[in-house]
Write a protein that binds this ligand. Structure first.
Ligand SMILES: C[S@@+](CC[C@H](N)C(=O)[O-])C[C@H]1O[C@@H](n2cnc3c(N)ncnc32)[C@H](O)[C@@H]1O
Length: 393
């Protein structure tokens, strides 16, 4: 592909990304993969270059652009080499017409700026969109951090998580023996710290209420030295179905999977009423803490969706409170940096359940935010999270 043809390909993919953001369609990564599936003439260098252009354009636009072309023209305004490729050559983009505007540059969509946690000041915003590092958690059911360091000599220790390592960007972890044997699992340092904040111990009965594909479930099983019970529950059948092979690879045998009915979650969890030593609610959220991985989610969120998420979060907190035994613990986490999903949600729960005693999560990172702790890319180098922990009366 010529450099101009790569720009045109990025324009076409961005059109699809914008459309998918509007209509709740597929993620940018999926759309890029689909685009190239039908275009065998594109080599690996072409794909890499186009992908890079697409993501640079997405990162640069806080608001959803009018079109892929507007997104790329905006990017070209800051990049002289790129602007010359709008030359009308075959397969390339048409020349930029006089007065043709590009998308505006920005980091945080305007409507969300006042909703961020007050700790996330504007000087931290660029870090929200920086590329995320590649972190793995060492699965102590399979070996020690030292074992993993011998298997991955290129790895460096993580700044805060004692059970994690950082690998060079682009490292093909999933093609290594260490990954296939279950010794390491890809997991952002922030997620590792959230699991540690649960303080899960051997012998406990733990409900992972929003288990998804089991990222935290596996970390909890390791902290429990594979002794006790973990009930991994979720309303999403497809996500839950991914837990079984992961549990197998990790050598975790204490995980029971339960599919929940939205709105009737307690029906499938009746036997655990007031019985769990620990309930983790890794709640569905806006994902505003993970923009560095999924920058186009800034274009998807609407106030209606945010209100729905907030209602689900409050509902899940009340379910968690019903499941935890007297003296047991409830941990609430979101990969969001919006105050209403983090400290606001914790404050509202504390008002509804004033007998629950707030405890500061014991993690060596983050800053106190109301009843919880906030981790941010700018301050902690992790994805953005809010986590709170309570002891049940
Ligand atoms: C942030 S994700 C969980 C990620 C997972 N814990 C991990 O570490 O990989 C939130 C999950 O909440 C689930 N969810 C949404 N509504 C729910 C509900 N009412 N009850 C239980 N889970 C729900 C979603 O299906 C999604 O898998």
């Amino acid at each position: 592909m010529t450099p101009a043809a790569r720009v045109q390909a990025a324009v076409e993919i961005l059109d699809q990304v914008i459309d998918a953001a509007r209509s709740g369609g597929a993620a940018a990564d999926t759309l890029i993969a689909r685009y190239f599936k039908d275009r065998r003439y594109a080599g690996s260098k072409d794909r890499r270059a186009v992908r890079d252009l697409v993501y640079r354009a997405i990162r640069r636009s806080a608001e959803r652009p009018e079109s892929g072309r507007a997104a790329l023209i905006g990017l070209a305004h800051d990049d002289d080499a790129l602007i010359t490729l709008f030359d009308g050559s075959p397969h390339g983009p048409a020349p930029i017409a006089s007065g043709e505007a590009g998308a505006e540059a920005g980091l945080v969509p305007q409507w969300l700026q006042g909703r961020l946690d007050p700790l996330v000041t504007a000087d931290e915003w660029p870090a929200l969109l920086e590329r995320a590092p590649l972190d793995v958690r060492v699965n102590r059911l399979k070996g020690t951090v030292q074992d993993a360091r011998s298997d991955f000599p290129e790895a460096a220790p993580l700044p805060h998580s004692p059970v994690g390592l950082r690998l060079p960007e682009g490292f093909a972890v999933e093609q290594t023996v260490g990954w296939a044997s279950g010794l390491v699992e890809i997991q952002d340092e922030g997620s590792q710290l959230l699991s540690l904040a649960c303080a899960a111990r051997p012998g406990m009965t733990v409900v992972d209420l929003c288990a998804g594909a089991g990222g935290k479930t596996l970390a909890l099983a390791a902290d429990m030295a594979n002794s006790g019970r973990i009930i991994a529950a979720d309303v999403d059948r497809a996500r839950l179905s991914r837990i079984a092979p992961r549990v197998e690879r990790a050598g975790a045998s204490i995980v029971e999977i339960r599919l929940l009915d939205p709105g009737k979650e307690l029906e499938a969890l009746g036997d655990l009423h007031g019985a769990a030593d620990l309930v983790l609610i890794d709640a569905p959220c806006s994902g505003t803490g993970t923009w560095r991985r999924n920058p186009e989610t800034r274009w998807r969120l609407t106030s209606k969706r945010l209100a729905r998420l907030a209602a689900t979060q409050a509902h899940l907190l009340d379910i968690g409170a019903a499941l935890v035994r007297p003296g047991g613990h409830l941990v609430y986490a979101v990969c969001s940096l919006l105050a209403e999903e983090g400290r606001g949600q914790a404050e509202a729960f504390a008002a509804r359940r004033s007998a629950f005693i707030s405890e500061r999560p014991a993690i060596e990172a983050g800053r106190p935010a109301g009843a919880g702790t906030v981790l941010t890319p700018g301050h902690d180098g992790t994805d953005g999270f809010f986590v709170a922990r309570w002891r049940a009366p």
